[in-house]
Design a protein around this ligand. Structure first.
Ligand code: DAH
Length: 430
């Protein structure tokens, strides 16, 4: 079974769901196209926190106050402090961090292969409107990605972007026609070694004019699709060397036709990115109805885990020198040497769920209490009794990447998890 179900693209097909290591639902655009958004009430805000509350963050020189993003007064708001504190981190802008090293390697590819420059944006605020995140890129009104269960809402019109595609339309409107957008993106999700509620994506966009395709005598859509494939195959070779690749047809709301690129890596097919020929509706919004364009989106963590042999997505956030000192500017693909694997500690929790229960809400409680000490949350038992009551049993794996945890510490965490789950999720502990 494929190990990497890590976020690559989030709006893609069902395979991500099938490949998931723990059986949880992942939000994926194609497979969930016609499903109705699930309402899951936002969690009451945590009172006790493992981490000090950050009161403001700096995003590209703009100070954002906690109270503007973590709002107790707005019933739609579901942004916890643990997520707010990630807003200004911008791992993709650190030249000695695997995410930054990978981004620079992709920049190099575009700089050296394209005479016409791709403009680069990496400092656009992750706080965007629902119009930018969904409507402008033609995400259907009932799409599951719009639900409070899947996306972090600041208020009913404002979200933490869940993909870098949120910037396509705005940049087109401003007159940009070839660009790369890199940034942190946010998704409510389950807990395991390849999923984290914040990760990084790079978006590529390229507009063509009639003079570009006229000479070729090709149909414009075909012309764009061919150019796109050539570009991305070159990028994959630039990053991975001479690998076997294949194209898989898929669905995205923003492109038609849509494809995923897979490469054969360590005995398995690995999905690397999503892409396609941009829907005319998106170009039309910017007066580009006589043009065609291609676009792609790739998940940087997923590629970096493979290229640098990084086994756990939490490591990207570690400030432990034993991690950070292993990477240098421009050194793509240096293999990470695990410093030591500290012992895991397993704790089970069982409860009768209510109708409003969702696994993402449960995971948010666990992360709010244990932070990055929560390595995995796995549903290990699920049954419905004769009275129609449904019981879930979850196994939580606690493990630090930096030290051994004591029994007392883990017991205290688990006891807090039990308290908060009962108090906030309207479930009955068993
Ligand atoms: N936004 C998509 C996701 O997060 C990735 C993607 C797919 C971006 C196709 C694109 C594209 O620009 O054309 O899953």
């Amino acid at each position: 079974m494929t190990i990497f179900s890590v976020h690559s693209t989030i709006f893609s097909r069902a395979s991500v769901v099938l490949l998931s290591t723990n059986g949880f639902k992942r939000f994926s655009f194609a497979s969930s196209f016609s499903s109705t958004a699930v309402y899951s009430p936002p969690l009451p805000k945590m009172k006790k926190r493992r981490y000090p509350i950050v009161s403001a963050v700096d995003i590209g020189g703009v100070t954002i106050a906690r109270n503007d993003v973590v709002r107790d007064d707005d019933p739609t708001n579901n942004v916890p402090d643990s997520i707010f504190s990630k807003l200004g981190m911008q791992l993709h802008r650190r030249d000695k961090h695997p995410i930054g090293i990978l981004k620079n390697a992709i920049y190099n590819y575009f700089d050296s292969n394209y005479a016409k420059k791709f403009e680069k944006f990496e400092d656009l605020s992750p706080i965007v409107t629902t119009k930018q995140n969904f409507d402008d890129v033609l995400v259907p009104a009932d799409h599951v990605s719009r639900s409070l269960n899947d996306t972090y809402y600041v208020d009913s019109q404002t979200v933490l972007r869940c993909h870098t595609s949120a910037h396509q339309a705005e940049l087109l409107r401003k007159g940009h026609s070839r660009f790369l957008v890199t940034g942190d993106v946010y998704r409510r999700d389950s807990i395991d070694s390849t999923h984290y509620p914040v990760f990084h994506q790079m978006e590529g966009f390229c507009v063509f004019s009639p003079e570009d395709w006229n000479e070729s005598g090709m149909d414009p859509t075909l012309y764009a699709a061919e150019d796109l494939k050539k570009c991305l195959e070159g990028l994959a070779r630039h990053l991975f060397g001479s690998v076997e690749m294949r194209w898989v047809d898929t669905y995205f709301p923003f492109t038609n036709p849509s494809f995923e690129l897979e490469i054969y890596f360590k005995d398995d097919w690995l999905e690397v990115l999503g892409c396609g020929v941009t829907e005319q509706g998106i170009l039309k919004q910017s007066g580009l109805e006589n043009n065609v364009a291609w676009a792609f989106g790739l998940g940087l963590e997923r590629l970096a885990m493979v290229l640098f042999d990084i086994p756990d997505i939490r490591l990207f956030w570690s400030s432990d020198e034993r991690f950070t000192s292993q990477f240098g500017k421009g050194e793509l693909g240096v293999k990470f040497k695990p410093f030591s694997k500290y012992p895991p500690c397993y704790k089970d929790i069982s409860f009768w769920i209510s109708e409003s229960f969702t696994e993402n809400n449960f995971c948010e409680v666990v992360r709010g209490i244990a932070g990055d000490l929560a390595e995995e949350v796995k549903l290990i038992d699920n049954f419905t009794n004769k009275k129609g009551m449904t019981s879930h049993c979850y196994r939580i794996v606690f493990r630090s990447m930096e030290r051994s945890l004591t029994d007392e510490e883990v017991n205290a965490l688990q006891s807090k998890v039990r308290d908060e789950v009962e108090r906030k999720l309207n479930v009955e502990l068993r």
